[in-house]
Design a protein around this ligand. Structure first.
Ligand SMILES: *Cc1c(COP(=O)(O)O)cnc(C)c1O
Length: 407
């Protein structure tokens, strides 16, 4: 009996906790920026597993690395170190401001480590009173209770009982709001250099520079959550590299593993020193399989050719979106950078982003939304011109259908 023959979308409702509402089709195979479902229908993938599959599906270099490592050593825990973890840490340090690395398995865990480290550091250097964490409305930092409380969406953090304390939220890109709130009691400011889940909203350079200056003035650590923006997504290895500032702590996940779960927290020697033996940990963090794959991802992504492809694909998508909008008038604006782009619904289509996503799937295109009003693009960084073109053709058909049915 072939078990997969009986696995359908209905099975999901029978056996899975109902916290997700996946699309009707079930993908079974992927290659580059193409995916096939159970029925053999082909899709162009502009979703990239939520900005994760930065080299598309089953990239030969990653498959090869994973197979090699799988026949060598899977797991030893952090009671022992391992070569792939040390190689990856060196790579990350060579490529960034960082001097020390902590590995985790997900973005939330990397952020949890960053927040705990910031609290420890402040406590050690300035005293217990310095515990305030400032973050932004509509920010997203993960789903552990600490990170979801620092995230700026009450819908995700409410209803779970008492939250971790000393967390305050302000408007994104509003330097005056931060200036009014920050004080010597502030231990850290956590922000995304471009808000992803919150609607693909880039920070301005002036804002980031101002945040950096205020953090310096009040001895608060600046934490950049680059879980979504990192590893080439915005056309630089990390978004901070195209900004006027360097953070004190940076977190990376999503694209870091290209589809294999891995995350990293990067920081300086002096800040990392507060993570003394036993203060924090993870059984899987730094797992050899994950780290071997991430090393291969970095080697493939961190090249001028790959960054040039990201920028070229951005231009192509923006051009096609402008053409589609000339014809159908659905978007108020297109924002974002590199291959993290958001097409914002205009007044007529408020709250309708998901309708376009559903129509796109029917036309053979996998897309994302970012809230009710933004259609989000996060394709593979190595997507080709013809794949972008095919995907945009499918999107154009989807837009035509949605417009027709709403007239
Ligand atoms: C996705 C995301 C996270 C959470 O990552 P998980 O791997 O789902 O825990 C945190 N921060 C940002 C900015 C993200 O986009």
């Amino acid at each position: 009996m072939n078990q997969t023959e009986q696995i359908t979308r209905q099975t999901f409702d029978q056996v899975m906790a109902p916290n997700y509402a996946p699309a009707a089709m079930i993908p079974v195979r992927g290659e580059g920026s193409r995916v096939w479902d159970q029925e053999g229908k082909e899709y162009i993938d502009f979703a990239g597993g939520i900005a994760v599959n930065c080299l598309g599906h089953c990239h030969p270099a990653l498959v090869n690395t994973l197979q090699q490592q799988a026949s060598k050593l899977w797991h030893v825990s952090n009671v022992y170190t391992n070569e792939p973890a040390l190689i990856l840490a060196k790579q990350l340090i060579d490529a960034t401001f960082a001097e020390k690395v902590f590995f985790a398995n997900s973005g939330a865990e990397a952020n949890e480590a960053a927040l705990k480290l910031a609290r420890r550091y402040a406590n050690e250097h300035f005293g217990e009173h310095k515990d305030q964490i400032i973050a932004c409305h509509h920010g997203f930092h993960g789903r552990t209770f600490f990170t979801v409380s620092v995230g700026g969406q009450a819908a995700y953090s409410d209803g779970f009982g008492p939250k971790p304390g000393a967390i305050e939220h302000i408007a994104y890109n509003d330097l005056a709001a931060l200036e009014a709130l920050i004080s010597d009691r502030t231990c850290a400011v956590m922000i995304e250099p471009m808000q992803g889940e919150g609607g693909v909203i880039p920070a301005t350079d002036e804002y980031l520079a101002g945040v950096r200056a205020l953090c310096d003035k009040h001895n608060a650590l600046l934490i950049f959550d680059e879980v979504q923006t990192g590893v080439g997504r915005t056309g630089a290895l990390f978004a901070y590299m195209n900004s006027p500032v360097v953070p004190d702590i940076l977190t990376s996940a999503k694209s870091l593993g290209g589809g294999f779960p891995v995350a990293a927290m990067l920081t300086s020697d002096s800040i990392a020193a507060s993570l003394k033996v036993g203060t924090h940990g993870s059984t899987y963090g730094g797992n050899p399989m994950a780290c071997a794959v991430a090393s291969a991802v970095l080697a493939e992504v961190n090249t001028p050719e790959m960054m040039a492809n990201v920028n070229a694909a951005e231009v192509q998508i923006r051009q096609r979106l402008a053409d589609i909008n000339d014809q159908y008038q659905v978007f108020a604006e297109v924002r974002g950078k590199g291959l993290l782009l958001g097409a914002v619904m205009n007044d007529k289509y408020q709250g309708k982003a998901r309708d376009f996503l559903t129509a796109a799937v029917a036309e053979g295109l996998m897309m994302l939304v970012a809230g009710p009003n933004v259609l989000r693009f996060a394709p593979a960084l190595n997507i080709t011109e013809s794949e972008v073109s095919e995907g945009m053709d499918a999107l154009e058909r989807a837009v035509a259908k949605v417009c027709q049915s709403s007239d």
